[in-house]
Design a protein around this ligand. Structure first.
Ligand code: OFO
Length: 173
């Protein structure tokens, strides 16, 4: 059984993951309109993953006798200055999510909730990967220095990353 304190903290995380999903969806839509199909598909896939992260938390809370709450969300920005602006936003967002997961893990130890602590390890690992990927993308874009030709190749790279991620995340039939 979850304590009220842990249940509330998990519900905050549910909201943060859902907000991540919405933000990446808005970024994907913006990139698609700019003709950046690779970037758009990568971000659509990322948005789907974040929704899965939120749902996974909802199910865990319910399984442990709590109630996972579906949040109402603030609309994310619809327009972005550049692809660099988008990926800097992704990195900032992921850093915030990592911090929030760390605080949750800390709270679980303080409250001696080892089951939730164990469940959260999956998120800890996931955040290492996501932060590192976001950082690599920002580094690449900085290296390109806003060159249009380089952006074509960046978009192609993103398409290659998006394809395996999309098939790996397909729900099992
Ligand atoms: Fe949910 O993994 Fe990123 O935010």
């Amino acid at each position: 059984m979850l304590s009220k304190k842990i249940e509330a903290a998990l519900n905050v995380q549910i909201e943060l993951e859902a907000a991540s999903s919405n933000t990446y969806l808005a970024m994907a839509s913006w990139a698609e309109v700019q003709g950046l199909t690779g970037v758009a598909n990568f971000l659509y896939g990322h948005s789907d993953e974040e929704r899965m992260h939120s749902t996974k938390l909802i199910k865990f809370v319910n399984e442990r006798g709590g109630h996972g709450i579906v949040p109402s969300l603030k609309a994310p920005a619809a327009k972005y200055k550049s692809v660099t602006d988008v990926f800097e936003g992704v990195l900032k967002h992921e850093e915030r999510v990592s911090q929030s997961i760390n605080e949750l893990v800390d709270l679980c130890l303080k409250e001696k909730d080892y089951a939730t602590h164990n469940f959260l390890q999956w998120y800890v690992t996931e955040q290492i990967e996501e932060e590192s990927l976001a950082r690599t993308n920002v580094d690449k874009l900085k290296m390109m220095g806003g060159e249009k030709a380089a952006l074509y190749f960046f978009d192609r790279d993103m398409a290659a990353i998006a394809a395996p991620t999309a098939s790996a995340e397909k729900p099992a039939k």
